[in-house]
Write a protein that binds this ligand. Structure first.
Ligand code: URA
Length: 189
């Protein structure tokens, strides 16, 4: 019998631990934050790395940035349960520092396997780090946010990171406006 998506994702999670990916990060983190949501989602959102709340709860985007992400989803009539969400780096970097290039590279094969199991129509990258890893074309997020890009057979939509909207009303509007493009983009794929 074919293995289920749940079993395949459990196996990828187990591989990260067995292969001792980023042991320095793993040592300082409370736990691995693997991903959350529907395994049959048409859209996968990919952030940067877990923060403090995510590290404690083991679930991506449960803190302040996650609350705004929920608003972005609600604005296009979606709920968390309709999408899948994960991060490039699966352990919290100490003091929420930016993930290092080697940390992003170390987790990329596992992220690619996760995407190969879920097979979304659209991958939404949240922030510069996620865009740079998944669309390595030297793009400037300020220039390409909200513009769908096809790369190696997958459609991506680069968005700013929802944390950028927390103290910036203009960015909030940009993120809500860019999110509003998602239903039409999905329809066209
Ligand atoms: N920011 C991220 O990039 N990911 C999370 O899971 C939380 C905040």
């Amino acid at each position: 019998m074919a293995t289920s998506k749940t079993e395949q994702l459990d196996q990828i999670r187990a591989e990260i631990i067995k292969n001792n990916v980023c042991p320095d990060l793993a040592e300082q983190a409370t736990q691995l934050v693997f991903g959350d949501g529907s395994l049959d989602a048409e859209i996968v959102f990919i952030g940067e790395a877990p923060g403090k709340n995510e590290d404690i709860q083991g679930v991506p985007f449960v803190g302040a940035a996650g609350k705004f992400l929920d608003e972005m989803l609600a604005s296009i009539k979606l709920k968390r349960e309709d999408i899948y969400i994960t991060n490039i780096v699966k352990y919290r970097p100490p003091n929420n520092r930016d993930p290092l290039p080697e940390e992003k590279a170390a987790f990329l094969p596992y992220l690619q396997k996760q995407l190969a199991v879920i097979k979304p129509k659209l991958v939404v990258t949240l922030g510069r780090h996620s865009m740079d890893v998944l669309l390595p074309q030297g793009l400037q997020i300020s220039q390409v946010h909200g513009q769908p890009k096809r790369y190696q057979g997958q459609v991506y939509l680069p968005l700013f990171h929802p944390a950028a909207a927390l103290y910036n009303g203009a960015m909030r509007t940009v993120l809500i406006d860019d999110s509003a493009l998602i239903p039409a983009i999905l329809k066209k794929i």
